[in-house]
Design a protein. Sequence first.
Lengths: 564, 435, 530
Amino acid sequence: MEVPRIGVFVCHCGINIGGVVNVPEVVKYAMTLPNVVYSEDNLYTCSSEGLSKIKEGIEKHNINRVVVASCTPRTHEPLFRATCEEAGLNKYLFEMANIREHCSWSHMDEPYKATEKAKDIVRMAVVKARLLEPQEEPEIEVVPSTLVIGSGISGMTAALSLADQGFQVYLVEKEPELGGTVRHLHKLYPTMVEASEGLNKLVNAVKLNKNIKVLSSTVVTQVKGFIGKFDVSVQKGNSDTANFRVGTIIVATGADVFQPVGMYGYKEYDNVITQFELEQLLKGGQLEKTERIVMIQCIGAREEKGRTYCSRICCMTALKNALLIKDLHPETDVYILFRDLQTYGKEYEEWHRMAQDRGVKFIKYVQEKPPQVVAGPDRKLTVDVYHALLGEQVRVESDLIVLSTPLVQHEDAKELSQMLKVPLGLDGFFFEAHVKLRPIDFATDGIYVCGTAHSPKDAAESVTQALGVASRAAIPMAIRHLRTEAITAIVDESLCSGCGTCVKICPYSAIEKDEKGVARVTAVVCKGCGMCGASCPEKAISMRHFTDEQVVAQALAALGRPVT
Amino acid sequence: MKANNSILVIGGGIAGMQASLDLASRGLKVFLVERSPSIGGRMSQLDKTFPTMDCSICILAPKMIDCLRNPNITLLTYSEVQEVSGSAGNFIVKVLKKPRFIKEERCTGCGVCAQHCPVEVASEFDMGIGIRRAIYVPLPQAVPLKYTIDEEHCLKCGLCQKMCGTEAVDFDQKPETIILNVGAILVATGFELFDARTKSEYGYGRFQNVLISLEFERLLSASGPTGGHLLRLSDGRIPRRIAFIQCVGSRSLKGGLSFCSSACCMYATKEAILIREHEPECEVYIFYNDLKVFGKGYQDFVTRAQSHWGVNYVRALPGEVMEDSKTGDVTLWYEDTEENMTKSIKVDIVVLCPALIPRATNKELGTILGLELDEYGFFKPKDYLFAPVDTNVPGVFICGYCQSPKDIPESVAQASAAAARAAEVIALLVYKGAY
Amino acid sequence: METEPKIVAFLCNWCSYAGADLAGTSRISYPPNVRPIRVMCSGRVDPAFVISALETGADGVLVTGCHPGDCHYVSGNLKAESRMKTTRELLALLGLGPERLRLEWVSTSEGARFAQVVTDFTDDLRKTEPNPLRAGSNTRASVTMKDVVFDGLRNTNVQYCLECGKCSGSCPISKVNDSYSPRRTVERFLLGFRGKVLSSTDLWNCLTCFTCTERCPSDVRYPDFIKICRSVASKEVMEELCAHKGITMALSRIMTNPGLRQQRMEWLPEGAKISQKGKLLYFVGCLPYFDVVFEDFKLDLLKIPQNVVKVLNKIGIKPVVLSNEKCCGHDLLWTGDQENFERLAKMNLAEIKKAKATQVVTACPECYRTLKKDYPELIGSQGFEVLHISELLCGLMDRGKIEYNSNLHRKVVYQDPCRLGRHMGVYEPPRKVIADIPGIDLVEMGRNRENAVCCGVNAWLSCNKYSKAVQIDRLMEAKATGADLLVTACPKCQIHWKCVTSEKLPVDPKEVTMEMRDLTVLVAEAMCLT
């Protein structure tokens, strides 16, 4: 390694720093530090003038490591790094000392102490700069094709959008038919289009699209690789296998409907059915005329333990079906027993009003006092419920009881999640990279999720998420190359004992054990968080640009210990 | 016809930024037009976000910086779209860049000017409960970090000009008209708040200790007028009891709008938890009608608020709020519908959660773009189910709250959806041999 | 039809009942037209009994008691004397004739006297016309539950109720009676428990003040819902609850009889100029009756119509005042007597048409609402404009027609009447009128305009501890403004408040007692007309 020649540029930032910290003093101090060959102050280092002075300084004084003491790296680090690059230095040979947000702005009443602190901060940056090494950002090629797992409304929408953007799509579906759950639905709210009508349009478009290869009755058996180069193996039936390579993967596997066996007489009495089964009856025109129907919401959902979540779509489905029943048999009395009516969004509250208009009766019950269903003579069922808003027990005799149950994750999702190395959340649904700002990405680069595989939602919301993943997946595939992080983990194989701690702890599944049993980091997937480095008992794995040595040196420098 | 691979995004909130970044990351050029001096939108005004309790600006600022630094994104802040002509693949857009009276290339965001400005103005970013100067940035993490002079309140005293170290102040700056040629347009104009003064029974606008949610959020925020200290604005006292009233102007067949704003139950829960974190001795009551817990992680969030944080949920919408003019304390009258009793409760602060409504300016924008709006002012999707981000104008797409009420994750996903559609339009024209 | 007069007699137990017995034991004959009812004291006889008897078709009512000084209960008979005097005034107003009520003193030993009294009364009644109310056609018809009524309920929006409870949280009664809940009533109704709703006292406790509707997000018109339910509910519960034994309602019902010619113009001030036909008609309302019924309150209610006429005359307007103006029917409509309301309405409309009036002005918000809103809705549009006196005065003020001759130096607080305010949206004209008067400092209560609190009683129902609590709270609020004069635009508000402050109060009377004045009387004072 070359001898470090460090240049320190201290910024006044107008009076933001200079008005509190004695900048000339800091400049003088910097010159006393080992390996610092040059130091100067600037009024505004980030200005074009300041940037030229950095370049000048690098050239004139043969500087090979740069420290800028100014504001937070969160604003101008990329700018200064780029400036170093322009002056011929590797951009990772640059370090910032934050003496504004972390110093002058926070200690405006104590200029002496602020100046002392600024000197410490500069010393810490210099100490790290001394240990910096040039880094490279590896590039990977991205194959412009995608695997969509699941051909429901989400999978097909994502497939079509990506195909229309010019990418090759492999659409894998485990059933013989395309369409997923929507095949079994009657009408879709809020437009009340026939589910089959809307779905058929999608299926036809998918089948006609030259960029989409449909693989029905097929399951994914293995996925290896990383973003840009996923090697996928699929199997049809017992023996028919195929392999192909894709750049991205989209999980659109949908969800199942919870069967409330043993609850409220389900499967015990034939006139207790689920909302999904009611949907089938309505679809097939098989709903008999009855005197009274009682729908009970939140069956097996919003529980204290287990399925604690709200399944989002049941209230609207109940309202929709209640209105359809009223259309068919206007004299039928319909009751909806609910806990909190989930009529969110722009249109859904109007459906509630429509139902009120048609005389649907709403009774609120509370979790602590759930309704009871008791069978009586000639197939009459009595629902006994504590009306929470009247404070009275209400007894309703019913011919048909409809239980609204939640969507739940498929049984075989665990297998898929392990195959792809993507996590499932506590609720069983696939768990995204960040709940707020990356809802349809997985933490693992190149894999995305949409539709009810992510969480319960209706058709409109599934379509939106599906289009969303089409944009997310298109990004790497459109630019064909990905420059990945330079700040990645690096393994010293001689020290690695193969304990596997880092493999388990990596949130991006970027580490695996190679043939020798030693940890190997896939740099393109590694995000540089450093969790592996912190957990390795052998000090075998470390982070580029944030080595143990560099970090410890800064800590010691902070305390004023002399550093060799 | 030559296809254009640039896209115009109108609105610099989280949806507009997400769409811009998606498009820019895949090599398309984006013009991001934002009416206010900084991008960031509503999310930048929040303290924390539900249900993760992330610091909002902390997770947002990197995205804002990304928009600034991405070479494919051109930020046009403090600007408005004036005219649009043409069609998908080839829109001609006239953008008015309002004068900041600051030379942007000279301004370093140091803030010396504002320190000397004698004029105090109610800060829009702080929803009127905080102060800014006539020369200002709306928030400390503004992107771009360039000051703006508010022409209406500026006294032209020239102090800022005198103090500026880079001679960035330019009182002669004129509005600029920029002509853009884009292939597709995305609209992401977000929301504003229903005027809670019309609910005179709640006393907002008359009683000092009745606030609306976004004002309260600013009160809780570290960058807000009290530095994040939970205090009453009337007397600076630490509150001992705070009540939230949901559905103010929502789910109404009269005196409001009929839809549910979909985020208020959750953000009230969030603010309630923040109160309990700041002041463990402060009781919190949320008065609600139907608790909207339909989103991912919502129910668990509410359960935690109740069991761990001790937030009280009362199923009632209060009838009225009365003020003790001597102390500023406010009393709510309500029927506890689960206990079947009419009661009153005295609290230190009442926070109203007003309906979140489409911006009034959507109408004008709709006219400029030829877009259909529904009766509330939301832009109408072409088909709510199968074409949720398309509109009646090919090549123009919508996303975020301006399409329908939704939370941040849904806005982000829908922004990507609109980006996908915009990209499809561009790609389609490419395949038609336009390139 | 029988032409023999029917007499109902109230005999006091101690003297006159014994006297009547003596007539019998002495075998003294007298006409058999009398039907005796024993009461312990003549002081027991409530004017409502007399009215009730007459309403049901009695031609005459006889009340007998001990001679003054001999009353078994010391002074009961003297009470009877003043009450019967009042009642006779009512009968005179109604046109039924004061002579139908006779009060006589009969002692235990005066058997012959009793017989003579009855004979004289019977003879006199034979010479007068039979009671026009004999036909009994004006008594309430019992309405059966019809589904067509429930269709009308859809217009009240009850089906849209969200159960949010905002109504109960706004209701002044709910605040003092924590189990009174408009919301629960609606929910029970929607679930089909109609019987429960119709038989409950809650049905009659509603003030119909519209505060709930004002704030309801689903625009449920709860008072309209109550009104329709009342029209099909059994009236037994109501009769238990009605204050003053429903005498005012009885008076209104009696007025539906076309055979009666009221004598109701006595209040006109000297020199008043009125006409039979004209553009502007002044609709007086029931003030002449209230003045008699509530004379103990010394509210001087007749000052209101007197000053209306004085002010109008001063401006040069000669209003039409109907000599046979009937009750507008407001209280009957709101207590579910749709049939008699329609009768009254049709009669009033005929009279107004006959007078060729194009503008009807009234100083009573209940008449205002009823004439302006209910008549056109239930009977049909009639081609005349209806104004509250404050609206008329505003118009005249704008044209510079009002001249004030004195500076009043009062600090005034104004109460928005429910019928003028929330019902009809008239908030500013009364304020404009008051503020325009020289020397007036107009202050506001915290709860004003659409948030104003009802005076606590509607249609004489539920004058109970809850309504008292509401009234006391409101008066304290008025007092707390520092005003020295409480101005109302509704005579009923004045009556109800005077009533509560005349009673034994749970608070210091100083906290609730305020000088009250009607709006028009205040204007007249400032014009030096009073």
